[in-house]
Design a binder for this molecule. Structure first.
Ligand SMILES: *[C@@H]1O[C@H](CO)[C@@H](O)[C@H](O)[C@H]1NC(C)=O
Ligand SMILES: *[C@@H]1O[C@H](CO)[C@@H](O)[C@H](O)[C@H]1NC(C)=O
Ligand SMILES: *[C@@H]1O[C@H](CO)[C@@H](O)[C@H](O)[C@H]1NC(C)=O
Ligand SMILES: *[C@@H]1O[C@H](CO)[C@@H](O)[C@H](O)[C@H]1NC(C)=O
Ligand SMILES: *[C@@H]1O[C@H](CO)[C@@H](O)[C@H](O)[C@H]1NC(C)=O
Ligand SMILES: *[C@@H]1O[C@H](CO)[C@@H](O)[C@H](O)[C@H]1NC(C)=O
Length: 778
């Protein structure tokens, strides 16, 4: 069910929250329309505060145009604002963005208010008393140990001293108020629903009961939160209903004892264990001894004991112990939280025992999820699962025992994986290559907030707080209300992620213009991604005018035979359209998949343009960026180099393929939701009232645009018996059939910006990709 396709699970709301679709929407792409923030209603007061901003705001940007003619004024001071000016400007503005587009990209006001939109900083750390900030934790053990826990409860993530400050923060910080309101709206929605039913997705050894586990976790967190902030026992009672049900001790079965939480798909065990850990710990003072015993017994018998089997007895379902990816983070995270929650009450010793394994194992594996450039080596969507679980584990260890035991620093590039998330998110939506993962439910990007404090990167916190999925209990404890400034201030527009494993580049015209230009292209190895990648070297996306013009199709069906069999050349995975080279925005040689075992030497250049503090930003005319990759090896020796670059002050995009003596025919393919009209070497794409002109420059004889359906080639190898590709409704493939030979194929993308005349567009000269430089196309 829910795994397969966004369209499917968008309608599957029987036990989702108010916002589940939207949380899922970070990967699953909710229907076009208003974001959750708008739907649930922004508190009226917040809107008023934002509308009344002193200085700065010149009205919502309705077009991409950088309003250089704006009459916006500064805060009045000259030079750098001092800390108290920053603090009062911050208070005056409130939320920077009060709405987002359908993909959770914030819509920022046009403003030049330099006092607030300044260098990202934690004001408290900068020495000002002006902002509210968290008290210091008085639990500061001199020699922390994973089995020596703080004296008070809660232990996990949200210690008592933080709850004591919440009311003041909610009263003074518009973000925390909005998140608190959203959590309360969620619990009110879930209150009247049945407990999450035990609903197996495709088989216990397929997607199992992971959706069930994550939904239970999402609810337990929110119900426990609601009890603690309102004191109303109805919320603790409602949490109990959920816990009792999922413990398998209610009136009806919930799975089959003793494997109710499904070791065949260990993520399920881990997420249930985490859910029960939070319920046990946050509501500890409410539970009767008998309730505690029920919850604790479930944690031990349905969770931790199996963890011990995985570690001490090498049980097969513990294969995730050697995986550098989200599985390792989620499994170790859940087991760790379960153990920390019951330490002291557990007389079996299993809690202490499991902590002897999980921390070291997560340091050696989970922590290695990011490659050497910070890219999450699975996919941009799996980043969510890995970083959420890692942050939950590290934060739980820190609050419960006083240390993260090196989990944050075991891999130095873990500190850069937040940067990866920022750059992989386009102006319209994410560069969502590879598999998109299951429903997110309790998984969000709020690890950015924890990382921001841990790595002193306030820009991560500022980036995340304007996103839809910020509104859940973790942000109430990971957010630091003393954060100030604008994440985009001095943030370069481009970034090259240069690890050959997953080399890719991110390029954009603006950080704050939802209608701006965003281009990203990837190359890199097809192995080393935990069987979540596609055969997609040279794949790209383009956003402009608030529309995605060249996009991704998303995951294949996770329940399909062989979909996760391996990354080897003969893997059944590579039979499915959505993983094949033809299912990407790539050049396909002779209908063949790219070679799995190949390196893709790459190059990048950037004018290093950085946006200032203002959301009003005009790119200089010589501002540019490019990415190139040699795709010869992955095309089995067919000499093809591909390059993409921004030209004309980042208003146009040039995509070029240099083809040298290739012996077979080729096809250029680009997937789009747009309506396509072709005319020889020109194509007109229209989508949501916007237009993109695409042109083949100086085409080789007879080369023109065509269109095709987003389906497999008739001569592709057969799918496994009984399997089908998913349909790709609304998607057209823009194609160019290419002959064997030697030539340069230049395709120029001209978004029809509202205030640009035909004569403002440039036609670039032909420059061989090997000669590309920052000035080669001026
Ligand atoms: C900050 O600047 C304002 C005027 O621009 C001044 O009134 C105020 O005293 C300054 N505050 C500090 C703490 O320097
Ligand atoms: C969150 O909202 C609820 C419902 O309005 C309110 O009772 C509670 O006090 C708020 N929480 C905090 C910490 O202020
Ligand atoms: C998965 O479970 C089904 C049904 O119980 C079984 O037929 C199949 O062999 C199992 N597959 C694996 C790989 O264990
Ligand atoms: C759990 O909740 C579901 C859905 O309401 C219900 O069908 C089932 O009987 C409950 N199970 C237990 C053990 O109470
Ligand atoms: C089509 O639109 C959906 C929803 O916005 C998006 O997720 C998907 O990537 C788009 N597909 C293409 C090929 O651009
Ligand atoms: C990437 O692929 C190349 C060529 O197959 C190989 O030599 C290299 O080890 C791979 N790198 C990683 C990190 O897997």
């Amino acid at each position: 069910m829910a795994y397969r396709e966004s369209q499917d699970h968008l309608t599957n709301t029987n036990y989702h929250s108010v916002g589940a679709e939207e949380y899922g929407g970070n990967y699953a792409e909710p229907k076009k329309g208003l974001s959750k923030w708008v739907k649930i209603g922004i508190p009226v007061g917040v809107v008023i505060v934002v509308a009344a901003v002193v200085g700065g705001i010149v009205g919502s940007r309705s077009s991409n145009k950088s309003s250089t003619s704006s009459s916006a004024s500064n805060s009045g001071s000259t030079g750098e604002p001092n800390a108290s000016e920053v603090a009062s400007a911050k208070t005056a503005i409130g939320m920077f963005a009060t709405t987002t587009n359908a993909h959770s990209v914030p819509i920022y006001p046009s403003t030049t208010n330099a006092a607030a939109f300044t260098e990202p900083t934690f004001i408290a750390k900068a020495g000002s008393n002006a902002a509210l900030t968290w008290n210091a934790d008085t639990f500061q053990p001199a020699t922390p140990a994973p089995t020596t826990v703080r004296p008070d409860r809660p232990r996990l993530i949200a210690p008592a001293y933080k709850w004591e400050q919440l009311a003041a923060f909610v009263a003074s910080d518009p973000y925390m108020k909005q998140w608190n309101d959203t959590i309360m709206a969620d619990v009110n929605q879930w209150e009247g629903m049945d407990p999450v039913p035990y609903d197996i997705d495709g088989g216990l050894n397929k997607s199992g009961v992971l959706d069930v586990a994550r939904s239970v976790k999402q609810r337990i967190k929110a119900f426990a939160y609601a009890y603690r902030v309102t004191g109303q026992t109805m919320w603790a009672d409602r949490a109990w209903k959920e816990l009792q049900n999922a413990s398998g001790t209610g009136s009806q079965p919930f799975g089959t004892a003793p494997d109710n939480w499904n070791t065949q798909h260990f993520l399920d065990v881990a997420e249930f264990t985490a859910a029960f850990a939070i319920g046990y710990d946050w509501l500890y003072d409410v539970w009767t001894d008998q309730q505690k015993t029920t919850i604790r017994t479930a944690i031990i018998n349905l969770g931790l004991n199996f963890g011990i089997q995985a570690y001490a007895n090498n049980a097969g379902y513990g294969w995730w112990r050697t995986v550098n990816g989200n599985w390792n983070c989620v499994c170790n995270g859940g087991l760790t939280m379960g153990a920390l929650a019951i330490l002291g009450d557990d007389t079996s010793g299993v809690a202490e025992q499991i902590l002897g394994y999980t921390i070291d194992n997560a340091k050696a594996n989970c922590a290695m999820g990011p490659s050497s450039d910070g890219t999450w080596s699975e996919t941009p969507n799996y980043w969510y699962f890995g970083t959420t679980a890692q942050a939950e584990m590290a934060s739980s260890l820190l609050t419960a025992t006083g240390s993260t035991y090196g989990l944050m620093t075991a891999n130095p590039t873990f500190a850069d994986t937040g940067l990866y998330h920022m750059y992989v998110y386009g102006n319209q939506q994410m560069f969502d290559y590879g598999d998109h993962g299951p429903n997110k439910f309790s998984t969000t990007a709020n690890a950015m907030m924890f990382q921001a404090s841990q790595f002193n990167k306030p820009e991560y916190m500022l980036f995340q707080r304007d996103r839809i999925d910020a509104a859940e209990p973790w942000s109430m404890f990971w957010y630091d209300p003393s954060v100030t400034g604008a994440f985009w201030n001095n943030m370069p527009l481009d970034h090259y992620f240069d690890d050959p494993l997953d080399v890719w580049a991110s390029m954009r015209s603006s950080w704050t213009d939802v209608n701006g230009l965003f281009v990203a292209m990837k190359a890199g190895n097809h192995t080393g991604h935990q069987t979540h990648g596609d055969l997609d070297a040279g794949d790209f996306v383009i956003d402009a005018l608030g529309v995605r013009w060249a996009g991704e199709l998303g995951s294949g069906d996770y329940l399909s035979d062989g979909y996760f069999s391996s990354e080897a050349t003969d893997s059944q995975r590579w039979l499915y359209y959505r993983t094949r080279t033809e299912g990407q925005n790539c050049l396909v040689v002779n209908h063949q998949n790219q070679n799995v075992n190949a390196a893709t030497p790459s190059n990048f250049g950037s004018s290093n343009t950085a946006q200032g503090s203002s959301t009003v930003f005009e790119d200089p005319s010589d501002s540019t960026a490019f990415f190139t990759a040699d795709l010869t090896a992955t095309n089995n020796g067919a000499a093809i180099k591909r390059g993409i670059r921004l030209i004309n002050g980042r208003k146009q995009v040039l995509l070029q393929d240099d083809i040298t003596n290739v012996q077979q025919p080729m096809e250029w393919r680009m997937h789009t939701n747009a309506t396509v009209t072709t005319s020889g070497a020109s194509a007109t794409l229209t989508l949501d009232g916007n237009t993109m002109q695409v042109q083949i420059l100086d085409p080789p004889a007879g080369v023109v645009f065509g269109t095709a359906e987003a389906v497999r080639y008739a001569d592709d190898p057969a799918l496994p018996a009984g399997m089908t590709d998913q349909p790709n409704p609304g998607v057209t493939v823009l194609t160019i059939e290419l002959p064997a030979g030697s030539y340069n194929l230049q395709v120029l993308f001209n978004p029809q910006w509202p205030d640009m005349q035909a004569s403002d567009f440039k036609t670039p000269a032909m420059v061989a990709i090997d000669q590309w430089s920052l000035t080669s196309h001026n």
